[in-house]
Ligand binder design. Structure first.
Ligand code: KG4
Ligand code: ZN
Length: 347
């Protein structure tokens, strides 16, 4: 069978993404973001996001078809984010996908957004050696995964017990008076700061946490520690060295994320680590992970930064893998699942 031509629709948060792939070849990746409409609220407003998806979906779809130079009738299937994410936002994409599937008489594949983040690397680096481990770091999730088959056999061996890494970035940015989303701004600011200036805590890395939380993360203590530190400086009338705070915070995040990911690979006995999610665009995380995996003899696969944040290509390529593996399409009756478990690849 030739590589399937798949359309991917992503609408779980504030990006309307339409991707088109032929197997693992990227043909189009058009994204319309409503982030500017949420900035003044300091976070995504679900109702605003849903309406923006409604307005952006058809124009973004048209652009993607033009870029890929395809007609919708040529498609072999339609993949769409079924969850997790904001309910109203998910429903817009899922409804569009169902309408297209019915109108064009094509199979529908409702896939997991988080696994899409991990699968997107296949567009850059080809077939995945399996089993492997994956570190997923998005706005709402931070997890270590054992990937035996990316189309249907994935287990979570650890996750954050409180905030996700991306959430911590967004909150620390707010404390420093920076704009939303915080990740890219802190990443930029940290370039001119000293990562060793302030010793912020590394959550769940103490010896006593090894038994129960060896592969779990915690970023809530770090977040609190950063805001207390900043508050103390302000109350003392000292100027807050924002670049040093950003760099030291970022170092603490990258340190724990990478140390536990390498430990997980060794524990699982796998020699490949896959990185995915919005925070995977972070320059320090990418650098430190490359250093530590190389030292441990582990092959690191990380998608180009432009494919790390939410997009339709990640959904399309996961759909194409699912089709190539011969999995059955989703029923037209499937609903959006805002809490879709990470082990469910296909609805
Ligand atoms: O995966 P994603 O696009 O959306 C979700 O599925 O949640 O992740 C968004 C998160 C935000 O928290 C954002 O601050 C973070 O990814 N992010 C970054 C960077 N770019 C985006 N965090 C750190 N460094 C970056 N360069
Ligand atoms: Zn995402």
């Amino acid at each position: 069978m030739t590589a399937p031509l798949i359309l991917g629709i992503e609408s779980s948060c504030d990006e309307t993404g339409i991707g088109i792939v032929r197997g693992r070849e990227l043909l189009a990746n058009e994204v319309a973001s409503s982030v500017a409409e949420h900035v003044r609220f300091g976070g995504v407003v679900p109702e605003v996001a849903s309406r923006a998806h409604l307005e952006a979906l058809v124009p973004t779809l048209r652009r993607a078809c033009e870029v890929a130079d395809i007609d919708l009738n040529e498609l072999d299937g339609i993949a769409v984010t079924a969850g997790p994410g904001l309910m109203g936002a998910l429903v817009v994409g899922l409804t569009a996908a169902k309408a297209l599937a019915v109108a064009l008489n094509k199979p529908l594949y409702g896939v997991n957004h988080l696994i899409g983040h991990v699968a997107v690397d296949l567009l850059d680096h080809g077939p995945l050696p399996q089993p492997c481990a994956a570190l997923l770091v998005s706005g709402g999730h931070t997890s270590l995964l054992h990937v035996r088959d990316i189309t249907g056999d994935i287990t979570e061996i650890g996750a954050t017990i409180d905030d996700a890494a991306g959430e911590a970035y967004d909150k620390v940015a707010r404390v420093l008076g920076l704009s939303y989303p915080g990740g890219p701004v802190i990443d930029q600011l940290a370039q001119s700061g000293n990562p060793k200036a302030i010793a912020f805590p590394r959550g769940l890395t103490a010896g006593k946490d090894q038994a129960k939380h060896r592969f779990n993360y915690s970023f809530s203590g770090l977040k609190t520690s950063v805001s207390r530190w900043v508050e103390t400086e302000r109350l003392a009338g000292r100027e807050v060295p924002a670049a040093d705070v950003a760099a030291s915070f970022q170092e603490a995040v990258a340190d724990v994320l990478t140390a536990k990911a390498v430990d997980a690979c060794q524990y699982l006995g796998v020699d490949t680590l896959l990185l995915g999610g919005g925070v995977a665009a972070n320059s320090r995380l990418r650098e430190l992970l490359a250093e530590r995996t190389a030292a441990a003899g582990i092959t690191l696969r990380r998608p180009r930064p432009g494919l790390c944040t939410d997009n339709g290509a990640m959904i399309a390529v996961l759909g194409a893998e699912v089709v190539s593996a011969g999995r059955r399409p989703s029923a037209l009756e499937i609903g959006a699942d805002s809490g879709m478990p990470i082990s469910t690849v296909l609805a």
